[in-house]
Design a protein around this ligand. Structure first.
Ligand SMILES: C[S@@+](CC[C@H](N)C(=O)[O-])C[C@H]1O[C@@H](n2cnc3c(N)ncnc32)[C@H](O)[C@@H]1O
Length: 255
């Protein structure tokens, strides 16, 4: 398992507390990316599906499609599988695998598997430049001409210092959960993120426990993805006049 995937295994316990908000912010742009996808061309491939909130939206936006949802981190995948298994409609349509993006980039050119679209949300900055180029090439080879590769970029196009900020505070039962995040440049086109989940006892009481993780993130804008993939790219930052999470839509090369 990669370092990143094991980091998500620790903090994955808390991911559902933030996932609904993330899905609400990127859902409208995802709908734009997936409009007109032809489900007869193969399943939708979702890479780094996390706990499955985006998987639910993919299922809604491409009603006739089956979905292959890959997730390498065990804790995240446990929640994903639980979500899929609990919903008869998703259970029929979604196949969960433990593959990483790197595994897929190595495998797809060998197997010749076909997909109708790809969704890569909140994941791509975990891959280095060579890994991303291999992924774009594998996806381009596995999609019909013009089919979308929808990539959510996490809103960091260039390295910058982000002082510690509380991203979320939620009560669940008698406990309060806080999510803190900080970032700093860690090299050319890279940042180190430190995130901490803090759990407090009843009534804003004593700290119960803390889970901290750190990871490197390659900062990317839509133009970077277009340049390194050689694919046509468009950027979506608003839908119907409302701001959304920034999504890059790459499109498979014409035959
Ligand atoms: C920020 S979460 C996003 C989850 C989900 N896509 C969403 O938007 O709700 C990032 C996910 O990417 C996964 N991930 C990290 N490195 C990966 C890799 N190399 N290949 C595939 N997934 C990876 C993590 O395990 C985690 O579930």
């Amino acid at each position: 398992m990669s370092t990143v995937a094991s980091a998500y295994s620790a903090a994955g316990e808390f991911y559902e507390l933030v996932a609904e908000r993330q899905a609400a912010s990127s859902g409208p742009a995802l709908a734009v990316a997936l409009a007109g996808v032809d489900p007869t061309a193969g399943p939708v491939l979702e890479i780094g599906a996390g706990t499955g909130r985006i998987t639910e939206l993919v299922a809604r936006e491409v009603p006739g499609a089956s979905i292959v949802a890959t997730e390498p981190a065990t804790t995240m995948r446990a929640v994903l599988t639980s979500r899929i298994a609990a919903d008869p409609g998703l259970r029929e349509r979604v196949t969960v695998t433990a593959e990483s993006a790197q595994d897929l980039a190595a495998r797809l050119p060998r197997t010749g598997e076909r997909f109708c679209a790809a969704v890569v949300f909140g994941v791509i900055g975990h891959l280095g430049p060579g890994e991303r180029r291999a992924l774009w090439s594998a996806l381009d080879g596995a999609l019909p001409p013009g089919a979308p590769i929808a990539v959510e970029l996490m809103g960091v196009a260039a390295p910058r210092t982000i002082p510690p900020v509380r991203m979320l505070r939620e009560r669940v039962g008698d406990q309060v959960y806080e999510w803190w995040s900080a970032g700093a440049p860690s090299g050319a086109g890279r940042m180190r993120f430190d995130t901490t989940w803090k759990v407090f006892g009843p009534a804003g009481g004593a700290p119960v426990r803390e889970v901290t993780e750190s990871y490197q993130w390659h900062t990317l804008a839509t133009a970077d993805l277009a340049a390194e993939s050689g694919l046509a790219a468009e950027q979506v930052t608003e839908v119907d006049g409302h701001a959304t999470a920034e999504i890059a839509i790459l499109r498979g090369r014409p035959a």
